[in-house]
Design a protein around this ligand. Structure first.
Ligand code: HOZ
Length: 428
């Protein structure tokens, strides 16, 4: 498998882009080797600059639930582009996306579109602070809510990958308002509320953690957060940037039947173009400028290309059987990976919700960040490289999700499971 062109591109990139990448998790540092540079993607497959082909289980870190370049999305984006790429002014398209989100997610009566998930979470928290007049925020260790200053505290995703759960450059005064608790530990959150009586504006949580690997909520955990927020007058914010429209049209909140006050979206609602959104009850969203005093803005917010792509993907997901198919393929991959690890005698735990999953190299159960961090990351790195050499593209970090899309075939899932079996045996 030649990598010459990717290596040359990486050398070139490093001269002008820090670390050669525009987002640290792409750098392959946690798995060794050098990043591949992608030339194109179609359906479930990508091709790198050297012409190597891979079955893609990264899906651009989640958005591509219908695979690469689905005809409907390409047509929608082309049609929008031919009429102008950005206006920085209102369009009918953005209303259509907002209406769709509100229709599918009952807790969202109004929604503001942004250009990334980071903007969505950052803005939702500002709104929560503006409404409650309080500064404190509770987040869970290993959850990642984008890279706003006050959220880079005990973060997952790239921060977990590089073993640096906090970031330099965040003033201690900012970070001091972010209080952390282990995921799935409701008593811990209750204690923080008691200690900071009347000072907590919001609890923000990924209802299914996806940035420390996939970790589902323990039974009753999300209900417990709901009750605590209600009791203490704080807002419950679900970060559904990954889970929104991934685990069902209503997101994780529909699956677990828990109603947050505010919800953040990203990824899938942009169909692979830069997008984010946050929404919630009408009375809360009315706190936003120009209706209310909390300021939030963006030149490219509600961009017609991104909104068109998102609408096209949501239409695909609304078709009968879309989520059944995702569940079927997800179950096949999850069961296959679990069995492959058992056959190879490798201690592993498979956490899965629908079409998102993580194979952790540890005996489990994996219920929080400490459990995930205790897994064998060296084994993951060996496994990762072996999978890549067999044409299977996974996220280059032990702390991320593996995503199945509607574009994967059963045959491709079988191919991935066979590759995993071999990779696990070779790297035992
Ligand atoms: N939010 C993505 C991880 N789950 C990573 C995207 C990135 O950092 O590039």
């Amino acid at each position: 498998m030649g990598m010459d062109r990717s290596e040359a591109l990486f050398d070139r990139a490093k001269r002008v882009i820090p670390g050669g990448v525009n987002s640290p998790v792409r750098a392959f540092r946690a798995v060794g080797g050098k990043p591949i540079f992608i030339k194109e993607g179609h359906r479930s497959r990508i091709e790198d600059a050297d012409g190597n082909q891979y079955i893609d289980f990264v899906a651009s870190w989640g958005p591509l639930i219908a695979g690469h370049a689905p005809a409907e999305v390409v047509a929608a984006v082309s049609a929008a582009a031919s009429q102008g790429t950005s206006f920085g002014a209102s369009t009918e398209l953005e209303i259509a996306l907002a209406e769709k989100i509100c229709a599918h997610v009952p807790s969202v009566e109004m929604v503001r579109l942004t250009s990334s998930g980071t903007e969505a979470t950052m803005s939702a928290l500002r709104l929560a602070r503006g409404i409650t007049g309080r500064d404190g925020v509770i987040k869970m260790e290993g959850c990642y809510h984008g890279h706003a200053d006050h959220l880079l505290v005990k973060g997952g995703s790239g921060l977990a990958t590089f073993g640096e759960p906090d970031s330099a450059g965040v003033p201690a005064d900012f970070a001091a308002h972010t209080l952390t608790a282990p995921f799935n530990d409701i008593d811990n959150v209750a204690r923080i509320f008691e200690t900071h009586n009347g000072g907590i504006a919001a609890v923000i949580v990924e209802p299914i953690a996806g940035n420390m690997g996939v970790i589902p909520p323990a039974p009753g955990y999300l209900d417990g957060l709901r009750d605590l927020c209600t009791k203490h007058g704080a807002l419950l914010i679900f970060d559904e940037v990954i889970t929104g429209f991934r685990v069902g049209l209503g997101g994780a909140q529909a699956q677990y039947r828990v109603t947050p006050d505010l919800t953040c979206f990203g990824k899938i609602i942009g169909g692979g173009l830069p997008v984010g959104a946050f929404g919630g009850r009408r009375d809360l969203m009315a706190g936003l400028a120009p209706l209310g005093p909390v300021y939030q803005a963006g030149t490219l917010s509600g961009n017609p290309l991104a909104v068109s792509a998102g609408l096209a993907v949501l239409s695909i997901l609304e078709r009968d059987g879309a989520y059944d198919q995702l569940e079927k393929l997800g179950a096949k991959l999850g069961t296959g990976l679990k069995k492959a690890a058992q056959n190879a005698g490798v201690p592993a735990t498979l956490n899965r919700v629908g079409s998102m999953m993580t194979l952790f190299f540890g005996p489990g159960p994996i219920g929080n960040f400490a459990d995930a961090a205790a897994c064998d990351t060296d084994r993951f790195a060996r496994f990762y490289r072996a999978m890549l050499s067999k044409g299977i593209y996974l996220a280059p970090s032990a702390f991320e999700a593996t995503f199945v899309s509607l574009a994967h075939t059963e045959g491709e899932i079988e191919q991935a499971v066979d590759a995993a079996q071999q990779a696990l045996e070779e790297t035992r």
